[in-house]
Design a protein around this ligand. Structure first.
Ligand code: AMP
Length: 312
């Protein structure tokens, strides 16, 4: 397991193996920043040859405590942890969303070094897509990719599958870590792993929230002070919905949650669906499936926020 040498990783530095400081304190490997596919492939080749396990945490940067909880878990469970920081153009269907996406590379690398990552993989778009950022093939992602985010962001999951599959090919992880904040994404990635016959364990990690309940998200930095003050009402409505569901049916609960969210000026629900946790298809009765989730997407001004909660 690696611990960062300093809060700041120095570009290009590769401290291979243990180094000894003048104080005689043994310090483990520093985090390195790699920007090319071939550099990462060489690194992975060496580590794999030495029988070391690799944890991969794919991110789009603008890191917060939610991302870091995945990294910390990966550090506990693997010999090496690679964190990719790449805003993937092929998963954005709205060009404004892509251009406004926050980018904070320097701060991200400092946080990753502190969290104990071995490698920050920070490639350019050209590096990941040498023949242009476009979709080259269709992945088999099952019906889980067609509902909710799949319906409202056409092509989004094909773009996600494309980049995650590419990262899996390059980083050859033993385990890959994904947050339950993107609940549907985990189901889709699992389908992709199965249809592509990939040998990697997908590890779901719980949602990290701010003290007021708002799910941490890189997009929260785009909220104005007023919007940030109102955004926690989304989670409050979900929690109230779970309480309400104890004495009401699925449809009534659905309508109650939407009514609660939309009652706040500045919040506008795009969709709220109560679904089977495995298939992500809507349920009509609470008893219809062993695990029932409520997944919501809300516009807070122009910022699109997603969240979810377990109902049963
Ligand atoms: P992103 O950078 O938004 O693509 O997220 C990278 C990974 O971090 C994804 O697997 C997300 O689900 C996960 N993630 C983002 N926000 C949170 C959060 N609040 N709690 C847990 N995981 C998160």
């Amino acid at each position: 397991m690696h611990r960062a040498l300093s809060e700041f990783a120095c570009e290009g530095i590769f401290m291979n193996g243990r180094i000894r400081k003048r104080t005689d304190r043994i310090i483990e490997k520093a985090m390195i920043i790699l920007r090319t596919v071939s550099e990462l492939e060489s690194y992975v080749g060496r580590e794999r040859n030495n029988g070391r396990s690799i944890g991969l945490v794919p991110t789009m940067g603008a890191l917060h405590a939610g991302h870091l909880s995945l990294v910390e878990r990966a550090v506990k469970e693997n010999d090496d942890v690679i964190v990719s920081v790449f805003v993937n153009p092929t998963q954005f269907n709205n060009p404004d969303d892509l251009s406004s996406y926050p980018r904070t590379e320097e701060a991200d690398c400092a946080l990753l070094a502190r969290a104990g990552a071995s490698v920050a993989f920070v490639p350019s778009v050209e590096e990941m897509y040498p023949s242009g950022a476009k979709r080259e093939r269709e992945f088999e992602l099952g019906t889980a990719a067609e509902v909710m985010e799949g319906k409202y962001r056409p092509g989004h999951f094909q773009g996600v599958a494309q980049i995650v599959c590419r990262l899996f090919e390059i980083a050859r992880p033993t385990r890959a870590y994904f947050g339950e904040k993107d609940f549907q994404q985990i189901a889709v990635i699992k389908n992709m792993v199965e249809s592509e016959g990939l040998d990697v364990d997908i590890v779901p990690c719980p949602i990290k929230r701010a003290d007021d309940g708002l799910a941490l998200s890189s997009r929260n930095t785009l909220l104005s002070l007023e919007q940030r003050a109102i955004a926690p009402e989304i989670y409050k409505a979900l929690v109230a919905g779970v309480e309400y569901s104890r004495s009401h049916g699925v449809k009534e609960t659905h309508d109650k949650v939407v009514e609660l969210v939309n009652s706040h000026e500045g919040l506008d629900t795009e969709y709220f669906e109560i679904v089977d946790a495995r298939t992500l298809l809507p349920v009509e009765e609470w008893t219809e499936s062993p695990e029932v989730m409520g997944c919501i997407t809300v516009f807070c001004g122009k910022v699109r926020l997603i969240d979810n909660i377990k109902f049963r």
